[in-house]
Design a protein around this ligand. Structure first.
Ligand code: SF4
Ligand code: SF4
Length: 85
């Protein structure tokens, strides 16, 4: 599953540099996660790095982007190949 950031985000900016997939960016009001780039950190870390570091716990699973581990790993491979090409 991709994760998402809720409007409880305080725009502290600590999560953006922690994301191994560059999936997090400033949005119009709060930070946003690109579901096409979020692998829940599968392929990089055992735990979602943004969730680990967020001080206000505002990063739940995105119900619009439910994916299993295989799908997340396939996304990780695709992103890695995009970077290499
Ligand atoms: Fe990035 Fe990992 Fe957070 Fe997804 S779970 S946005 S890949 S840090
Ligand atoms: Fe928002 Fe949490 Fe990221 Fe800070 S760490 S910018 S509060 S989502």
């Amino acid at each position: 599953m991709a994760l998402m950031i809720t409007d409880e985000c305080i725009n502290c900016d600590v999560c953006e540099p922690e994301c191994p997939n560059e999936a997090i960016s400033p949005g119009e009001t709060v930070y946003v996660i690109d579901a096409n780039r979020c692998t829940e950190c599968v392929g990089h870390f055992d735990e979602p790095q943004c969730v680990q570091i967020c001080p206000v716990a505002c990063i739940p699973v995105n119900p619009a982007h439910v994916e299993n581990h295989d799908s997340l790993f396939a996304k990780y491979i695709r992103l890695t190949q995009d970077e290499a090409s």
